[in-house]
Every structure is written in structure tokens, then in C-alpha cells.
Design a protein. Structure first.
Length: 283
């Protein structure tokens, strides 16, 4: 083995979740367990699509990685560090994130420039001022011009005055401004109209590929799952149902994914029918 091959053979994945459990409202009638012993490894540079129905645990998985809540059991490692007990703020130095709601993750009354100034200090001590330099203004105008949304001359406008698609495009730009070790995208086009969603998805793919960003993206869209990324992880009721690598993913079609979910639904209906039969016969 060459020295490079040795290093690759012992390299850790960028993200590793080991036997992670999370239950909300435990012991009540509203108890729900969206993570039931999740084990996932994500290599550096991978673009992973998380697919699943409502309540499957997709967003909970992203929140667990981001540190939005403490997990009940297990271990979360990021960039070779055990971040299981790290606060969300501490993890922010490693993570960029875009939420489903275009109005999340930004300060709506502040200007585009002020929002980007804060983004440039993600995970750092900000002090009492976010004064921005001429260099930041010029760089921001150049990057915003590349969006082709006519926003390069509006960097002093309140970000809350923009459309959902414009705001989500800027939020994506902010999340990747410092090239995070991990990018988390939580259904970030679900609230947009089809045209805006297509624009943001195209921008997403362009930035991820250009910057070689390790990305975990949640979506309900089978089309997005097929067209984007190099791996699909299908979740169902807090478990990983399927994990398709790049070779397997390239062979998949939307109908293949639909059949997988339909098979699970049928199996659950059969299990429920069998339980009902047993209860009626023996109880």
C-alpha cells in the first residue's frame, strides 16, 4: 500500500452516528420515537439525500446532528470529534444549515449585508458590533450577482422584503459562505413555488459540486432524490429502511422508490391485520 492508500484506509468518516436513540414526551400518550438506534456514516464530500414520509425521523436526524436537542443514547461524531454533548452554538462553527421556512435563519429587519456579516462570524464571538468592511460588501455583491436575481444593488435592503425564493437563495449562500464542514438542508425548497424551487435546487447543486461540500439533504421529492446527490438513505419510523450507494442510486427510478415505500405500507397493513385477527380470536 502507498502512504495515501494507508491514510484512506484508516480515515474516519466526516459524520458518524452510532446507535442513536431519541424519544420525545416519553411515558405519555404522545410518546414518539423518531430515532431508534440510528447508525449512519457519511464520508467527506458525499451528497446524501434523506428520503422518507412524515414522522420517519429525517428532520430529527438533522436536528440531532446540529445539536438542537440532546440525544437519549448513542454517539455523534463530526470531523473526527465527539460532539455528542456539544451545544448547538458550538457545533455551528462546523455546520451550515438551511431550513424549510424561507424566513428562518435570517434577521428579517436587517439588511442583506448585515445578515451576511453575521454569517461570516458563524460560530465565533461576535462582540457588540457587526460592522462590515468594504471587502465584505464587494465580495457579497459579486456572489449575489452570480445568483442572477438582480439583488447585487439591493444589499442594503431588509432581507425580509424579498420573495421566498430570493431569501432562500441568499440563506443558502450565507450557510455556505465559510465553506462549512457539513451542510444540512431541511426540505429547503418545500415552501417555495415550483419555479423558485427549481431555481434554488439548481443553485444548491451548483454550490455543493463547486465547493465539494459534504451535504445531508432532507426532501419529500422523489424527483429531487433521483436527480441529486450520490447516495439515498430511506427512513421509516425512526429506522434506516434502505441505504443506496452511488452505483445503486444510478440504477434507481422514481417507481423503484415508490415500490419500496408501498411494500413497507403493505407489510404494516398485513401485520396490523394479523394482530387484529389474533386479538379477536384469543382475547
Amino acid at each position: 500500500m502507498s502512504p495515501n492508500e494507508v491514510l484512506m484506509s484508516v480515515a474516519r468518516p466526516l459524520v458518524q452516528l452510532t446507535n442513536v436513540f431519541k424519544t420525545f414526551q416519553a411515558g405519555t400518550v404522545n410518546e414518539v420515537s423518531p430515532m431508534r438506534g440510528i447508525n449512519i456514516e457519511i464520508e467527506e464530500g458525499a451528497f446524501v439525500i434523506l428520503l422518507g414520509g412524515n414522522g420517519s425521523g429525517k428532520s430529527t436526524l438533522l436536528n440531532a446532528i446540529a445539536g438542537s436537542f440532546p440525544i437519549d443514547e448513542g454517539r455523534i461524531e463530526l470531523d473526527g470529534l465527539d460532539v455528542t454533548k456539544w451545544s448547538e452554538h458550538r457545533r455551528a462553527s462546523l455546520i451550515g444549515r438551511v431550513f424549510q421556512n424561507p424566513f428562518s435563519g435570517t434577521a428579517p429587519t436587517m439588511s442583506i449585508l448585515d445578515n451576511f456579516s453575521l454569517a461570516a462570524k458563524r460560530g465565533k464571538f461576535r462582540g457588540l458590533s457587526w460592522a462590515h468592511s468594504r471587502q465584505l460588501r464587494d465580495e457579497l455583491r459579486d456572489r449575489v450577482r452570480d445568483l442572477k436575481m438582480g439583488l447585487e444593488d439591493r444589499v442594503d435592503s431588509a432581507i425580509g422584503s424579498l420573495s421566498g425564493g430570493q431569501r432562500q437563495a441568499l440563506t443558502l449562500l450565507m450557510a455556505t459562505w465559510l465553506k462549512p464542514r457539513l451542510l444540512l438542508l431541511d426540505e429547503h425548497t418545500a415552501a417555495l413555488d415550483p419555479k423558485s424551487a427549481d431555481q434554488v435546487i439548481a443553485l444548491t447543486d451548483e454550490i455543493i459540486v463547486r465547493e465539494s461540500l459534504t451535504t445531508l439533504m432532507v426532501t419529500h421529492s422523489m424527483q429531487q432524490a433521483i436527480n441529486l446527490g450520490d447516495r439515498i438513505v430511506m427512513m421509516h419510523k425512526g429506522n434506516v429502511l434502505h441505504d443506496f450507494n452511488a452505483t445503486q442510486k444510478n440504477r434507481l427510478r422514481i417507481d423503484d422508490l415508490l415500490i419500496r415505500f408501498e411494500n413497507v405500507r403493505r407489510r404494516e397493513l398485513l401485520d396490523e391485520s394479523a394482530s387484529e385477527f389474533l386479538r379477536s380470536r384469543y382475547v
